[in-house]
Design a protein around this ligand. Structure first.
Ligand SMILES: [Zn+2]
Ligand SMILES: [Zn+2]
Length: 193
């Protein structure tokens, strides 16, 4: 009975290293060790010999086949986490535009009321003294006004930290129209630095 149980356990392990999420995880590990030709060329890393790669794959397959319940739980947990993060990201992208996804400088258009404004999402450069500097915009979470701020140094030091209405300035939120507060905004980038 014990032998039959061990045989079934090993059989399941062997199946899992051939197909399914455990097999995919194994292939990912091998690919990571192999690296792409382009990445190897860029980093100057030597190609891993096929023999070593095969030995690594075999060793990993044996470990995965023997410890498959642990590997399976870990792989499924990672997959659930990745799926949740992807769903959250998709929802956020669908809900509107954000500074983190807007490059350079351009204009905001509100599809609900027609409001338009030019603004700098983020540009960077150097001062006359050779110090790093950047220009970016924030939005007041209370009145909705877009405020341009200039930062000097690295990390950048900003002189403006709050809106004249007393509201908090933010760059980490889904933007809304200052006029009608709709989130149905569009950003057209004009240039980037
Ligand atoms: Zn509007
Ligand atoms: Zn304000």
């Amino acid at each position: 009975m014990l032998t039959l149980g061990a045989c079934i356990y090993l059989l399941v392990g062997l199946c899992l290293v051939v197909v399914g999420p455990v097999a995919r995880s194994l292939s990912d590990q091998v690919s990571r060790i192999r690296g792409s030709d382009l990445a190897n060329a860029l980093t100057g890393r030597e190609k891993v010999p096929d023999g070593k790669l095969l030995a690594f794959r075999l060793t990993l397959s044996i470990v995965f086949a023997l410890l498959w319940p642990l590997i399976l739980v870990s792989v499924l947990r990672e997959k659930t986490k990745a799926d949740t993060e992807q769903r959250a990201w998709k929802l956020r992208v669908e809900s509107g535009i954000e500074f983190s996804r807007m490059g350079g400088a351009g204009a905001i258009h509100c599809s609900a009321c027609g409001f338009e404004q030019d603004l700098v999402s983020f540009t960077h450069g150097y001062t006359d003294d050779g110090e790093r500097c950047c220009d970016q915009s924030c939005q007041c979470l209370s009145c909705g006004k877009f405020i341009a701020v200039h930062g000097i140094g690295e990390p950048a030091h900003f002189t403006v930290t709050s809106c004249e209405c007393g509201g908090e300035l933010s760059r980490d939120h889904v933007l809304f129209c200052p006029k009608c507060r709709s989130r149905d905004l569009r950003y057209d980038m004009h240039f980037i630095t």
